[in-house]
Design a protein around this ligand. Structure first.
Ligand SMILES: [Zn+2]
Length: 303
């Protein structure tokens, strides 16, 4: 005899699809997902595989899995300990499903079913702000100009800091690049040191039309405002500003996603650990990102 309802003979089919406890749980799920009744395991399979975003499919799988687990747990508790109230059981299923939903909320979309799932499962909602992809394209410079993308930060390897820069011609061709391993341990200073380094290389090459692009807003502002700094490399910074004042020079900001080649060169500084390494040829591991830039293919920033 079924220990839950004490009315019918116990079987897997009865426990799963006929007993009042199971019917109450399935009814709760049907209200959330606006779906038809579950009368056998094929109905459960169809429900899990039916249309929906990645998040909805994941939630469906989770809620069915936890429900089956809970029905069996209710049966065992009733037999060996005490009965679990069905509303308490639904509450536990909801909590567990919510846990899964919150772990994967990045999969969320802005559609009605997702919104229902978010509300019914109580998924917390900083995440209802859905991340949207913003295309970031690397831009070509004008004829006769050289474009330099620069990056210089501490890469999160504790005391290891590097900078790097890549020089492009007007059709995006690779002119050269460098990476430098630094012994400076202040991230902000490294950003400035990186642009000083790159502009010193530009000066050695006698470049007269230079477009510098970096992902540090602070560096861009400092160049534009010609800010003076009382730092250990003050003289080099001032020399850099003087050089920029004598040539056709502009500096602009680019999101990190559009500055990946410079970022990868900077990473090479960590690998090579040389105080300065110049690349006459494009390093192999930049090939993909460099090609995407030259073909104006976008990188994506999620915001
Ligand atoms: Zn029963």
């Amino acid at each position: 005899m079924c220990t839950l309802c004490e009315k019918q003979k116990e079987s897997i089919k009865h426990l799963s699809f006929e007993c009042s406890n199971a019917l109450n749980i399935w009814s709760w799920i049907r209200q959330i997902f606006l779906t038809s009744n579950f009368s056998n395991k094929d109905d459960l399979h169809s429900f899990i595989k039916s249309d929906g975003s990645s998040l909805v499919k994941l939630i469906k799988l989770a809620v069915i899995t936890f429900s089956i687990w809970m029905i069996w747990r209710m049966r065992n508790y009733a037999r060996f300990q005490d009965k679990i109230d069905v509303s308490r059981a639904i509450s536990v299923i909801k909590d567990l499903t919510c846990l899964v939903g919150n772990s994967f909320k990045a999969l969320m979309k802005n559609d009605i079913l997702d919104s229902n799932v978010i509300i019914f499962c109580g998924i917390s909602t900083p995440s209802s702000k859905v991340l949207r992809p913003l295309p970031v394209r690397w831009e070509f410079t004008s004829l006769g100009w050289v474009k330099i993308n620069n990056d210089g930060v501490d890469k999160g390897y504790l005391v290891l800091t590097t900078c790097g820069g890549i020089f492009h011609g007007s059709i995006g061709e690779f002119i050269g690049g460098f990476s430098a391993f630094l012994d400076i341990q202040i991230a902000l200073v490294v950003e400035f040191y990186g642009v000083i380094h790159v502009m010193e290389e530009a000066q050695k090459m006698d470049l007269t039309n230079v477009w510098l692009q970096c992902d540090s807003t602070l560096v861009c502002v400092a160049f534009t405002a010609r800010t003076k700094f009382p730092w250990m490399f003050r003289n080099r910074w001032n020399t850099c500003l003087n050089y920029c004042g004598k040539i056709r020079f502009k500096v602009t900001h680019i999101f990190r996603e559009g500055n990946v080649c410079a970022d990868k060169l900077t990473n090479l500084g960590i690998i090579h650990r040389e105080s300065f390494h110049w690349y006459n040829r494009l390093p192999f591991n930049l090939f993909l990102e460099f090609s995407m830039n030259r073909y104006s293919l976008p990188m994506y920033r999620f915001c």
